[in-house]
Every structure is written in structure tokens, then in C-alpha cells.
Ligand binder design. Structure first.
Ligand code: MTE
Ligand code: CO
Length: 422
């Protein structure tokens, strides 16, 4: 089979290595075909005049042809857009870093606007010296850079009872993965001096919802970051500008945005108020609490319902994302026959704890229908469960923490659908 590349940018060498990786088939435009192709033979409009000057877009935006690669929401999911969620277009991205403009948003009372000058962070409670930091104060502490994923506990939550939403963006898009710059929370807590009775921190945001959550002190002193940059630039308003909490590997709800106050307490404030926030209802009706860590999970992002195969049979790159809150991703398996046979995928880079991994499986597709699945392994030995295995333990009444194996039914015309197979 032949493929013509409209922009002619892919080199012959790339074609050859691509084909070799796939094991068979040719991914190259024939010279004969190129001869009759006006994109090769005619001078194009973009070569007939000069382009935009350097001052056209002081802050660069994606080119108009990529305008469909955007966050989307599902209107019927929430009553309004203020206390709502939208989804990262994971089906259209590659690599592992989520651009901030594509990163899902979850607000309980809308995204607020605050100037750096008006920012204050208070540390109080069981500390020797209660402290208040300005933004400038935070900038004077030694800072670190780390890449971490943030996954809402509700990600994939609509899929418990059956295959529901038709697209990786909607089934798995409540996640983003960014490089954060910030000060370890440990540094600030030590500055205030934690008293011996201190066992938890209660963290809250400056928005109307405040999104208060308790975090065990052990975690707070381990790898939690008070972050003010993401992917090198200031946090976007919707991700908590100017400062948010980064709680590696733990559910997104604890990543408090517009971070305003940290109170050292001797018990979890949630248990003090007897709230039942973020529990998982099990098959027998009982509730599972304190499920903070996000278990290993993965999804094939392409092909998928929003990213069908357009080129027919032959060389095909199957790709997706894998992550684990407990450790680094060590391996991802891909099945094209609904889990009967598995092949080990290639990781884009060695896994890193709490960060996303990209995987690829390069195959020579015979054009037959596929039941595509991926299965993540992390360095604790944990293996991502099937939907049946997860339901056996958790029943059908949960919303949160659904990390089961996803299935896409790819038909021979290349279109894909969200399905369940038992
Ligand atoms: N922090 C505040 N202050 N207010 C919020 O509504 N939502 C939480 C968390 N932190 C929230 C918050 C939830 S449920 C999630 S999943 C993450 O922020 C989402 O972060 P993002 O909007 O940057 O994707
Ligand atoms: Co959430």
C-alpha cells in the first residue's frame, strides 16, 4: 500500500524505519504518484508570499487547523458549567506532557481570578509559629521541578455499569500530566515548626467552595509541592493561579487550587465533621474511605472512537497512556483481540513515579476488526484489572477510582467504539 504525505515533510529514512518497526508493509508515496500531485509539482500559495511577522502573536496559539483539539464537556453530566468538569483531548495528543490549554478543569464553584499581589498563604494550627507567605516569599525558597499526573477520582466514573461515553477524551480525559515548579510543602511546614501532636494538614483554597481536604502529615512531608509554575509558565487561572498544591499520585481532589491555608491538625477534619466525602460504595452497600492513591491504569488513545484509522490496512501505530500513583510504569501490554493474546508495547521513555508514560505498539494491521485493550504494570508488581475483576471487588455502585481495562472495538473500516466484553 502507499500513502501520500501532503506536506512532503516525512523523509525517506523515516518511512523506512517506520516500515521496519511495523515489521512489514510500505509507508511511502510512490514517485509516479508524486509526479501527478499538484502539491509536489505546483508552487503553493504559502510559497508565493511572505508569512506572518514575529509580532503577529506575542503569545503563540495553536494553528487554526488544530482547532478541534480542545477541552470538551458533557452537557448532561452537570447542571451548570460552574460546578463542572471538562476533559483533556487525550485522543489527539502525543508524548506525555499536557499543554495547560488542553488540561481538563474541575471546579466546584468556578475558576477565580486573583492577582499575585493579592496572594496570601497561611500556615496555622499545631505549629510553633503561625506564618503568612506572600507570592514573593514563596519565590525565595529553594524550588524543585517534577512531572506528575493529576487524575480526578471520578475519571472513568461513568463507565462502571456499562460502556457509556464514546471517546477516550470522555472516558479517560479527567487527567493531565505537567511539569511543576514549586517549593516542597515540607520546607514551609518546617519553617513554621510542626508540634508533636500534629498528624494531618487541612488544606483549603481561596474559592467559594474552598475544597478543603485533609492530608496525612506523612504525605505532606514527603513529596507534596506548593507549585506556582506548570510546563515552565505561570499556572493558568483555571488550574489555580497563582499557587496550587501538587499531591503526587493521589486523587485530583486533594490538589487544592488557589491554595490559601494549611492548618496542622491532630485528626482529619473530614472525620471531625463526619463527612463522607469521596467514598466508594461497594457491592454490599458499605463504603470504602481514604482511597487517596490512584491505582495503575492505561488507555489506548489512538486508534479510538475520536481517532479512527483513516489509512486502511498495513502499518499502524497503536498508542496510549499509562500511569500509576503507587510507582513507575514498568510495562504496558496491548491486546488486539479483547485480551486473549497480549503483546508488550514499547515505552516512549522509562517510567517515573507519579508521572504518565506513553506507549506504542507498531503493527501491520490486516484490516480485520480488533478489540483493542491496554494493561498497565507498575513497579510495585500491580497489574491493571479487567472490568470484571474490578466489579467482583467493587460492585457496580461506585463512581470513583475506576481503573479497569478499556476496550475499543475497531471495525474494518477503521471506526472505533467504546464496548464492553466479558
Ligand atoms: N481546588 C479548589 N480550590 N477548588 C476546586 O473546585 N477541584 C478539585 C481540585 N482542587 C478544586 C480544587 C478537583 S475535584 C480536581 S480533580 C482538581 O482540582 C482538578 O484540577 P484542574 O482543574 O487543574 O484539572
Ligand atoms: Co476531581
Amino acid at each position: 500500500m502507499t500513502v501520500s504525505f501532503k506536506n512532503g515533510k516525512a523523509s525517506r529514512r523515516q518511512f523506512l524505519t517506520g516500515a521496519a518497526a511495523a515489521g512489514a508493509g510500505t509507508v511511502a508515496a510512490s514517485v509516479a504518484k508524486a509526479a501527478g500531485d499538484p502539491l509536489i509539482t505546483e508552487k503553493q500559495v504559502w510559497a508565493q508570499a511572505t508569512g506572518d511577522g514575529v509580532d503577529a502573536t506575542p503569545y503563540g496559539l495553536p494553528i487554526e487547523f488544530e482547532s478541534d483539539v480542545v477541552r470538551r464537556n458533557v452537557e448532561w453530566l452537570t447542571a451548570d458549567t460552574i460546578s463542572s468538569i471538562n476533559f483533556t483531548p487525550i485522543h489527539a495528543l502525543d508524548g506525555t506532557i499536557t499543554p495547560q490549554g488542553c488540561a481538563f478543569e474541575r471546579h466546584h464553584s468556578g475558576a477565580i481570578e486573583m492577582r499575585k499581589e493579592d496572594y496570601r498563604l497561611m500556615i496555622n494550627g499545631l505549629v510553633d509559629t503561625p506564618l503568612v507567605f506572600t507570592y514573593e516569599d514563596l519565590e525565595r525558597f529553594p524550588r524543585e521541578n517534577h512531572v506528575y499526573f493529576c487524575e480526578c477520582a471520578a475519571n472513568t466514573g461513568m463507565e462502571w455499569a456499562g460502556a457509556q461515553l464514546n471517546g477516550a477524551q470522555f472516558t479517560h480525559g479527567m487527567i493531565h500530566n505537567m511539569e511543576y515548579t514549586g517549593v516542597p510543602l515540607r520546607t514551609l511546614l518546617n519553617e513554621a515548626g510542626i508540634q508533636t501532636e500534629g498528624k494531618w494538614v487541612y488544606v483549603e483554597g481561596a474559592d467559594a467552595s474552598s475544597n478543603g481536604r485533609s492530608i496525612p502529615l506523612e504525605k505532606a512531608l514527603d513529596d507534596v509541592l506548593v507549585a506556582f509554575k506548570a510546563n515552565g509558565e505561570a499556572l493558568r487561572k483555571e488550574h489555580g493561579y497563582p499557587v496550587r498544591l501538587v499531591v503526587p499520585g493521589w486523587e485530583g481532589n486533594m490538589w487544592v487550587k488557589w491554595l490559601r491555608r494549611i492548618e496542622v491538625t491532630n485528626q482529619a477534619v473530614e472525620s471531625r465533621e463526619e463527612t463522607s466525602k469521596y467514598t466508594d460504595t461497594l457491592a454490599d452497600g458499605t463504603s470504602r474511605k481514604w482511597t487517596w492513591v490512584m491505582d495503575a491504569k492505561s488507555v489506548v488513545t489512538s486508534p479510538s472512537p475520536q481517532a479512527p484509522i483513516k489509512h486502511g490496512k498495513g502499518p499502524l501505530v497503536i498508542t496510549g497512556l499509562a500511569w500509576s500513583g503507587r510507582g513507575a510504569i514498568t510495562r504496558v501490554d496491548v491486546s488486539i483481540d479483547g485480551g486473549k493474546n497480549w503483546q508488550e508495547a514499547r515505552l516512549g521513555a522509562p517510567g517515573s513515579k507519579g508521572a504518565m508514560s506513553r506507549f506504542y505498539l507498531d503493527i501491520n494491521w490486516d484490516g480485520q476488526e480488533m478489540f483493542l485493550q491496554s494493561r498497565a504494570h507498575d513497579d510495585t508488581g500491580y497489574v491493571q484489572p479487567t472490568k470484571t475483576q474490578l466489579r467482583d471487588v467493587r460492585g457496580l455502585n461506585s463512581i470513583y477510582h475506576n481503573n479497569c481495562i478499556q476496550t475499543w472495538w475497531v471495525r474494518s473500516n477503521g471506526e472505533a467504539e467504546n464496548v464492553e466484553i466479558s
